[in-house]
Design a protein around this ligand. Structure first.
Ligand code: G6P
Length: 474
């Protein structure tokens, strides 16, 4: 397979497929679940794109290959790079800093050095593969230095960057010893996309204050005559795809089976998250369990199904969180459960998308309560799967999705009593009320799907004034 001269190159920390061991012991590939892959697949196909990324744990060198018709270029990482770039600077410095300091970020110079060198390798690979005047689309917080490094190597390229997580207020970002390098790294792009207008505004303000460039609204004017645009492009899901999956016979049957296995309670509450301290899992389970302890809910009537997808397990904060939640679930079920009736049905595992769709179909109240979240696609997936306009969504005000899903029961996840009343309201809301809300949210999600997101980003990237490179079809 030839990977030379791609007109579109995607650069992301991860490839859209994970390397997995198959039952016969050989290694194979499995499409990673998640929004990024479905989001970018259509643009990749239309433009014969090439995707550069890390295939997961291994540090062996793998050849470029094709999967589901996508050209993939695996980038290996050494153990030291995994510890410095991935677990360290990306997930123990930037992740907590960009999520409102929900955990305390750590600043270590060796981590930064590793972040710089991994970004450089990815930039060099993109420079090698991109054709003359190609478009390169760089993704997320693990790769913020790639735009400038790439521009220095290949001034002919058109470069877009998209940040999938929140961009913090200046007061927080300022703590970073390498704040200026990160801002300048991003400014190597022609356009920088954020989830929300607030993130774009935070960025422009920081550039004005810290780097001293002139700005006007969403534009930054660089001394070399280039213009960089910073704007919001709220990401979404393949709404029609999810809806079709939810409608399918096997998924409908599985949803019924799940309710049956739970003992057919009156109402099923559901949480699905990566096991991450930004997601507010602990507080939400506490709120639910207090409702049972107070006698507002009964385990005969209600159960909380919490799926926690294992994530970043080598990072200390994630291990602590897992222990805390294990202990909480054990205590709640020990204190409040009855035989065959746990208060919380807790699953620490990842599942295929069909199983998620069945869970969404089976759940009466979906509970999404992050302390801070760029968007949160689970909220949108739930809405897409509610074919009959039934079901209630309890949603944190601090998830990007709250900007669009205004008809959810919105909560402040720091306010446990507020969450308790929202859970109870959602539980006891009448049919007319839930339908009215769900119907409106379903319309929003159907109209603003992931194809619309990718189209908007690509066509606006092609129009940034002063941009180099030729346009790529959205
Ligand atoms: C978030 C980030 C992604 C990341 C994903 C999974 O959604 O925005 O960049 O890939 O989490 O995390 P992981 O560390 O497993 O890649």
């Amino acid at each position: 397979m030839s990977t030379v001269s791609a007109d579109l190159v995607i650069v992301a920390n991860r490839l859209p497929v994970d390397r997995v061991e198959q039952p016969d012991g050989t290694m194979g590939w499995r499409t990673s679940p998640g929004g990024l892959v479905t989001a970018i697949e259509p643009v990749m196909r239309a433009n014969d794109g090439t995707w550069i990324g890390w295939p997961g744990g291994t540090d062996e060198d793998l050849e470029p290959f094709e999967a589901d018709g996508m050209k993939l270029v695996p980038m290996s990482m050494t153990q030291a790079e995994i510890e410095g770039h991935y677990e360290g600077f990306s997930n123990a410095t930037l992740w907590p800093l960009y999520h409102d300091l929900v955990a305390k970020p750590e600043f270590h110079r060796e981590w930064w050095d590793s972040y710089v060198s991994v970004n450089r390798r990815f930039a060099e690979k993109a420079a090698e593969l991109a054709s003359e005047g190609a478009t390169v689309w760089v993704h997320d917080y693990q790769m913020q230095l790639v735009p400038l490094m790439l521009r220095e190597l290949r001034p002919d390229l058109r470069i877009g960057f998209y940040l999938h997580i929140p961009f913090p207020p200046a007061e927080l970002f300022q703590q970073l010893p390498w704040r200026r390098q990160l801002l300048e790294g991003l400014l190597g792009a022609d356009m920088i996309g954020f989830q929300l207008p607030g993130g774009a505004q935070n960025f422009v303000r920081l550039v004005r204050q810290r780097v001293g460039h002139k700005t006007h609204r969403d534009l930054v004017y660089l001394p070399d005559g280039r213009t960089v645009r910073a704007a919001a492009f709220p990401i979404s899901i393949d709404a029609a795809g999810f809806e079709a999956m939810a409608r399918s016979e096997p998924v409908a049957a599985r949803a019924a089976e799940i309710r049956e296995a739970l003992g057919n309670p009156r109402k099923v509450f559901l949480g699905i998250d990566r096991l991450d301290y930004t997601k507010g899992i602990y507080a939400r389970l506490r709120a639910f369990s207090e409702l049972i302890a107070d006698g507002h809910l009964d385990v005969e009537d209600a159960v909380f199904v919490q799926v926690a997808v294992p994530s970043r397990e080598q990072v200390e904060q994630y291990r602590i969180l897992r222990d805390d939640i294990d202990r909480l679930v054990g205590r709640v079920n020990g204190d409040l459960g009855r035989i065959g009736r746990p208060a919380i049905s807790y699953l620490h595992s990842s599942y295929p998308r069909e199983e998620m769709a069945a869970l969404y179909r089976a759940a009466d109240v979906m509970v999404v309560t992050p302390y801070r979240d760029g968007m949160n696609l689970v909220a949108k997936e739930y809405v897409a799967c509610r074919l009959e306009d039934t079901g209630a969504l309890v949603l944190s005000e601090f998830a990007g999705a709250a900007n669009e899903l205004r008809q959810a029961w919105l909560v402040n996840p720091y306010d446990i009593n507020g969450m308790k009343s929202a859970l109870l309201d959602a539980y006891s809301a009448d049919d007319r009320e839930t339908r009215r809300r769900m119907k409106a949210m379903r319309r929003t999600v159907a109209q603003n799907d992931v194809a619309a997101w990718a189209d908007a980003f690509m066509s606006e990237l092609a129009e940034v004034p002063g941009s180099h490179g030729k346009a790529v079809r959205p």
